[in-house]
Design a protein around this ligand. Structure first.
Ligand code: CP
Ligand code: NVA
Length: 311
């Protein structure tokens, strides 16, 4: 019996139902167990994934490449310099050509509309490997990590401290769908996108997740089992770096903030800037699960690829 995910695009966490998220997480846990005992699971023989990256990456690129190899398939890595997406030829032409040779596309882009345009023209599934709006592959790995660490989503609270950015958006949607409560603390003017918040609120109303939006980091972390942060300046926002440093000054995840949630684990999607959004002491300390999170990128994406490209 094939998965309902077969042949589907993943541009946003909105593209997945609660059941589909759980299907991916369950398969990820299974593939993780198999990988840890080195039991082969070559479920995508002969399949090739194109990786289009307009921005740098360590985790996303390596986990997609390793995922495809462990599944028995292969990848082709293409930078903006290689293909000139939208410059040398249109985004649609790139998508149509790739569709004749490869079985799926994972794309890391500046503008979310680029990944949408790829999906519109492609005849193969397109996966958002990070856009300015969302990072759904990160959210899947984050949910897997949270479920592993806490055992459940029900009754659990994650505090997001920092920028209401792409990673925050995907986590908001994913958390609300699976019934995980999220407290989001951002400086004024850096709140999550209104439409994403509204969609998350609607999911939360159905699943019982509680969403709190505040400008006080202490309020967000109180009662949280996980405290999550990300860089203050995302890729593509470098011109705003100084302004952002000033705006986010009170939003560092440090020992003083964590004193308000003494048991909480610490998450960060990485890369991190020690001394800005998080202290080195906290990032490298005993409560940090950032490397488990990074490892889970591999397992979550393997499950996603197996379900979307398999069958
Ligand atoms: N977290 C994450 O997506 O890392 P990379 O930018 O290194 O891929
Ligand atoms: N918000 C960060 C995440 C990096 C993985 C960025 O977009 O640069």
């Amino acid at each position: 019996m094939g998965s309902g995910l077969r042949g589907r695009h993943l541009l946003s966490m909105e593209d997945l139902s609660r059941e589909e998220i759980l299907e991916i997480l369950d398969m990820a846990s299974e593939l993780k167990r198999e990988q840890h005992v080195r039991r082969p699971h070559r479920i995508l023989p002969g399949r090739t994934l194109a990786l289009i990256f307009e921005k740098p990456s360590l985790r996303t690129r390596v986990t997609f490449e390793v995922a495809m190899r462990q599944l028995g398939g292969d990848t082709v890595y293409l930078t903006q310099q290689d293909i000139g997406l939208g410059v040398r030829e249109t985004v649609a032409d790139v998508a149509r050509n790739l569709s004749r040779w490869i079985d799926g596309i994972a794309a890391r882009v500046f503008a979310h509309r680029t990944v949408e345009a790829l999906a519109q023209a492609a005849e193969v599934p397109v996966i958002n490997a990070l856009s300015d709006r969302e990072h759904p592959c990160q959210a899947l790995a984050d949910l897997l990590t949270i479920r592993e660490k806490l055992g459940t989503f029900q009754g659990a609270v994650v505090a997001w401290v920092g920028d209401g950015n792409n990673v925050c958006h995907s986590l908001l949607l994913g958390a609300a769908k699976v019934g995980l409560s999220l407290h989001v603390a951002t400086p004024e003017g850096y709140e999550p996108d209104q439409a994403i918040l509204e969609a998350a609120r609607q999911h939360a109303a159905r699943t019982g997740a509680r969403l709190l939006l505040t400008h006080q980091p202490e309020e967000a972390v109180r009662g949280a089992q996980v405290v999550y942060t990300d860089v203050w300046t995302s890729m593509g926002q470098e011109a705003e770096q100084e302004k952002r440093r000033r705006a986010f000054a009170g939003f560092q995840v440090n020992q003083a903030l964590l004193a308000h949630s003494p048991e909480a684990l610490v998450m960060h999607c990485l890369p991190a800037h020690r001394g800005e959004e998080i202290t080195g002491e906290v990032l490298d300390g005993p409560r940090s699960v950032v490397l488990d999170q990074a490892e889970n990128r591999l397992h979550a994406q393997k499950a996603l690829l197996a379900l979307v490209l398999g069958g």
